[in-house]
Write a protein that binds this ligand. Structure first.
Ligand code: NAP
Length: 340
């Protein structure tokens, strides 16, 4: 008899309220796979976008959750480690492919189409299972994978960030952007962040931000950015899109690199003059390669970076947790306690 487990699933669109916790069959690891008992999982905006139908290729029932940590429960045939019972986290990027410049199967990650981490157990390819970076708790480690990977590629591979840079980070309260801030500071660059809330700006300063600007109360926030950056930022790392992206192009210094990895506001009315006259370099970025994931874990361990965990909700409060993300109330990552 297959064993049952509890998992969060989505059977229809309609926002976070449509998420339900139900009993499903516990998966079994096949050749090359590991069964992980999930201890903590974490939200990404993607999970909320899926409930709203704002993500391509949704299949029902959808089993959500791309981030998670836990303990190894069983090894599939041909897998020699890590040992059963050891603490691990999962890289949600399943099949990047051979070309480090671009993924071959966009969006092929844990949590739709593959079963996600908002479940008591998950089966993951052995190559995607990693020991925790030194010093992190399981709760903190669950917050790291997708955001840390996306931020690492955006800041270092695509952004080529160095200590000489002045970096603009719009909407710093976002789960990925808090990692962007921490990695930019690890590179030794100057970080100018914007946020909707003074409280979040104070938390960003505690994480190392040099300048914080409230984009809600300061209508001329881009002017304030220019004043703080000696002629404009040399690097922008954005996922907000919309007007924030357009104004970032206007304020960037000539020759700046502009990295975009998301469009929370999907359309942006940009002034092309800013792009060609200042010879800006706009670069898209998404998730990252297995090598970037390993390098990200190494950086986190070496620099003692601790993910910004906003709040921890029990599995049964998954709807409340998702609503917090939808409302943009969080600073950093919203975590679910699954088997704690
Ligand atoms: N391409 C990829 O591989 C990839 C990977 C991960 C995420 N993404 C995308 O990146 C985006 C962020 O993801 P996430 O999980 O970090 O989301 P999140 O935690 O929900 O963060 C969203 C943040 O965006 C900021 N924001 C919203 N409207 C804004 C505005 N008008 N001006 C400035 N900031 C604004 C807010 O910052 P404040 O609270 O500070 O105001 C908010 O906290 C999403 O669009 C997601 O789909 C893409």
């Amino acid at each position: 008899m297959p064993r049952a487990m509890r998992a969060v699933r989505l059977h229809e669109l309609g926002g976070p309220d449509k998420l339900v916790v139900e009993e499903v069959e516990q998966p079994t690891p096949g050749p090359g796979e590991i069964l992980v008992r999930v201890r903590f999982a974490a939200f990404n905006r993607r999970d909320v976008f899926i409930t709203q139908g704002l993500y391509p290729g949704i299949v029902f029932p959808a089993s959500l959750g791309s981030d998670g940590s836990g303990t190894v429960s069983a090894l599939g045939p041909g897998v020699n480690g890590p040992p059963v019972g050891s603490e691990v986290l999962m890289n949600s990027m399943l099949d990047w492919g051979d070309d480090p410049r671009v993924w071959q199967k966009p969006g092929n990650i844990l949590g739709m189409p593959a079963p996600g981490t908002f479940a008591e157990y998950i089966v993951v390819p052995a190559a995607n299972v990693h020991p925790l970076p030194r010093g992190l708790t399981l709760e903190q480690a669950a917050a790291l994978p997708l955001g840390g990977l996306t931020a690492y590629r955006a800041v270092f591979t695509r952004g080529e960030c160095t200590a000489a840079d002045v970096v603009l980070i719009p909407g710093v309260g976002g789960g990925v952007q808090t990692f962007v801030l921490q990695f930019v500071k690890a590179a030794g660059a100057k970080a100018i962040v914007t946020s909707s809330s003074d409280e979040k700006l104070a938390r960003a300063k505690a994480l190392g931000a040099d300048v914080g600007i409230n984009y809600k109360t300061d209508e001329n926030w881009s002017r304030a950015v220019r004043a703080q950056s000696d002629g404009g930022p040399s690097l922008v790392v954005d996922a907000v899109g919309g007007d924030a992206f357009a104004r970032a192009l206007d304020v960037a210094r000539p020759g700046a690199r502009i990295v975009t990895y998301g469009g929370t506001i999907p359309q942006s009315n940009i002034r092309l003059f800013s792009v060609f006259w200042k010879q800006l370099d706009i670069r898209g970025s998404s998730m990252g390669t297995p090598a970037e994931f390993a390098a990200m874990l190494e950086l986190v361990a070496k620099k003692g970076i601790v993910p910004a965990v906003d709040a921890v909700f029990p599995l049964d409060e998954v709807v409340t947790a998702a609503q917090r993300v939808l409302a943009g109330e969080q600073f950093g990552k919203v975590v679910l306690a699954i088997n704690s």
